[in-house]
Design a protein around this ligand. Structure first.
Ligand code: ARG
Ligand code: GLU
Length: 718
């Protein structure tokens, strides 16, 4: 009884702490002024200077923007990079063949010479961050129109850039922050020789796949290893056999001591995009209109694809990656809407607005928001529908855009333009048709065009669709149009397309222009461009400018409140604590998962939950090496209250002393609304425990040479 009471008190205390910490994605340059004291009060033993410095090696020198879409970190003195399996996925896939399927079996280079080059892949280091707001906004005033303002800023930015003396492979990027109220310059260095060093098999790196995606409790070993190479004098260089492993200014030691509830954590990386300062009208639109629309469309598409994938192994392979891509955000939006509701996000925004009006008397600004959001509503909904139906989920319609480019290449640049584009198309077609099934696409076509016609104002429905659907409804035959188009058009069939493209250019153009699918796609795009795009964009410009004014005015009205800038793919620091959460009534999730949980989820032969034999063996033999928790178990994942988003994949989780303790790769479903409304009660990021990564590299893969080049430390055992 006492024990339970103690636990309860501990839980309540936890929530108290968690409620006060976690929110924010901060600019490393400003940590000293804004965050250092709080971070230290939460347990951090470092100074802001240890995290970001231009005068000495600091944590930031170990963090890279990986390929421009993920984060990675250096974990050895020889340029070894850790990132997610799903970040390395494209490259891992491109090295996989039927004979040597490293996606399926994993891969571990035994020496530097076995590490695999990845043309096109780069990592970007941040050399220095500077506040350039004053110069960027020079000459800008409130009387200017939006476009005058923007061209003035563009000119100023060009001027700032011109002043930098850049070394080879150095680039400077200038980005707006706080909705255009501040500007920061990022001096960066790009390394273009990045090689694949190791990856676990998918059954570890993607364990749980779509079923477990966005879900806690999680058991995925979502990591892969790469290495940065440099010229023989350690300078950035394009790929060359001469290149050597890069010696970094700093690399992260790895803690073997793990985490416990309430430990300080910090996540360092490149979050992509958030919208934390929306007006309540925008959140209402997201929750009531836009998310439900997008979810319903993808729901329909996914159900059809899933049905075929389950019935046919070939289709399963063809559609696995597409399905994962469509399902990823589908699932995120469901969680997001639910979380926005459960945390009362709209009421919260309204409260902020009331406080703002009470303080400033600026009712007018709030009215302008309400007005423009009601104006943009039909365009925003149609835009999302169009994007999801005609651009993303009916593959043939999106494919037709390539054929249209062939036609316009011919019309604008004659035979030469035609041949140039045709060469690119020829190279692309096999990879498209390899994973395309016309029967599935036809069914998706039928289902999604019906939704579109049902839900969207007649004025925005292409004539042909409108007429055919009237007819099909009358005849009670909902497949007629799809059946007609997909039978009639040669574009749905690879052989027929190749045959078509063998004719001379003039004949190809005529045939394409008469193709019924091509024509429908063309009409639809034209209608969208005429009726929606301009109307949407003009309102969006107004919203952006209101948002800029609102942001600035809030920062002036509440000088003691700390505001953090929305994510914009620039380097940020977020910090919080290891904490469980209550996903629903009477349920509490503890913050760490173990290898036992992998075994509990194990379904032999299943494509999501199979477990490799060697891992089962290690588990049977309890052959865990030094990679256990104090309870003798191997930890797999843990969660914390760090505020992360897409782009933070592959970000390091760092302890109070600056050591790596985990690898960020996801968020919990209930808390995915943190992009719009962070709420410390249920927003958690998910990380692979560093010890699981080491366990897999060492015990599972036997890649002890990699462990040797890392620096393993015991910060908790003094
Ligand atoms: N939800 C994570 C992130 O957005 C992981 C996605 C990759 N994994 C997957 N099963 N689809 O992007
Ligand atoms: N999986 C995401 C990514 O690829 C990270 C999860 C999130 O959105 O927080 O960046």
């Amino acid at each position: 009884m006492k024990c339970i009471r103690f636990l309860l008190v501990a839980l309540i205390m936890n929530f108290f702490v968690a409620l006060n910490a976690g929110e924010g994605m901060w600019i490393p340059l400003l940590l000293k002024a804004l965050n250092e004291a709080e971070m230290q009060s939460m347990g951090m033993k470092l100074s802001a200077e240890d995290i970001y410095s231009v005068n000495k090696g600091s944590l930031k020198d170990a963090i890279v923007h990986f390929g421009g879409f993920c984060t990675g970190e250096i974990i050895s003195g020889s340029g070894l990079i850790l990132t997610n399996h799903h970040c390395g996925y494209g490259n891992i896939q491109s090295h996989s063949t039927v004979e040597n399927n490293i996606l399926k079996n994993g891969f571990w280079a035994k020496s530097h010479s076995e590490e695999l080059a990845n043309p096109g892949l780069f990592v970007r280091f941040i050399d220095e961050i500077q506040d350039v707001t004053k110069v960027a906004l020079m000459g800008v005033n409130d009387q200017m129109s939006d476009s005058e303002r923007q061209s003035m800023i563009d000119r100023n930015i060009e001027g700032i850039k011109a002043k930098y003396k850049l070394a080879e492979f150095q680039e400077v990027m200038i980005r707006p922050f706080y909705h255009g109220n501040q500007y920061y310059a990022f001096l960066t260095t790009v390394y273009n020789d990045v090689r694949l060093v190791g990856t676990p098999p998918e059954s570890i790196g993607k364990f749980g796949s779509d079923t477990d995606n966005w879900v806690w409790p999680r058991h995925t070993g979502d990591f892969s290893l790469f290495r940065v190479y440099a010229s023989p004098d350690n300078k950035p260089a394009n790929y060359s056999e001469e290149n050597i492993p890069y010696t970094p200014k700093h690399f992260l030691p790895i803690s073997l001591d793990g985490v416990e509830e309430d430990d300080f954590t910090m996540v360092f990386g490149f979050p992509g995009r958030t919208n934390e300062y929306l007006h309540s009208a925008a959140v209402e639109q997201t929750v009531n209109d836009l998310n439900p629309a997008k979810i319903e469309i993808r729901d329909n598409a996914l159900k059809i694809i899933d049905k075929y994938m389950r019935s046919d192994e070939k289709i399963r392979l063809q559609y696995a990656s597409k399905f994962a891509r469509v399902a990823n955000y589908w699932k995120k939006w469901i969680g997001e809407s639910q979380g926005l509701k459960s945390t009362g996000a709209i009421a919260k925004k309204k409260k902020i607005e009331k406080e703002y009006v009470d303080k400033t008397g600026n009712n007018e600004l709030m009215d302008s928001f309400t007005k423009v959001y009601s104006e943009i509503a039909p365009y925003a909904l149609t835009r999302d529908f169009y994007n999801e139906v005609a651009l993303r989920n009916i593959e043939m319609l999106s494919m037709c855009r390539n054929f249209r480019r062939l036609v316009s290449s011919y019309e604008n640049n004659g035979l030469e333009g035609y041949n140039n584009f045709k060469a690119r198309l020829d190279a692309f077609l096999p990879s498209f048709y390899k994973n395309f099934n016309a029967t599935i696409d036809q069914e998706v076509f039928g289902s999604l065009t019906k939704l579109y016609v049902d839900k969207i104002d007649d004025a925005y429905v292409p004539e042909q669709l409108k007429k055919e659907w009237m007819f099909m409804r009358a005849m009670e035959d909902h497949n007629a149009l799809g059946a007609y188009l997909y039978q009639k058009s040669p574009l749905v069939n690879e052989d027929a397309v190749n045959k078509l493209l063998m004719q001379n250019a003039e004949d190809v153009i005529v045939a394409l222009k008469n193709d019924p699918l091509y024509k429908l796609g063309e009409d639809w795009d034209a209608l969208y461009n005429d009726q929606i795009a301009a109307n949407y964009n003009s309102r969006k410009t107004i919203i952006d400018s209101l948002q800029r004014i609102y942001m600035k005015s809030q920062m002036e009205a509440f000088p003691n409140k700390r505001f953090y800038p929305d994510a914009n793919s620039t380097m940020r620091v977020t910090y919080g604590k290891v904490n469980g959460y209550v996903p629903r009534d009477a349920v509490y999730y503890t913050p760490v998962t173990y290898l036992d949980g992998v075994i509990q989820k194990y379904i032999p032969g299943d494509y999501e939950f199979d477990v490799p034999a060697k891992l089962l063996e290690l588990y049977e033999d309890k052959d865990y090496g030094q990679y256990t928790d104090t309870n003798g178990k191997v930890p797999v994942c843990f969660i914390g209250s760090n505020h992360t988003t897409g782009g933070n994949s592959g970000s390091p989780a760092i302890d109070a002393h600056g050591n790596l303790i985990g690898l960020n790769f996801d968020r919990v479903w209930e808390g995915t609304m943190s992009d719009i409304n962070y709420d410390a009660s249920i927003c958690r990021n998910i990380m692979v425990d560093a010890r699981f990564i080491l366990f897999v590299v060492d015990k599972y893969a036997g890649a002890n040479h990699l462990i040797k080049e890392m620096k393993l430390v015991h910060p908790k055992k003094k």
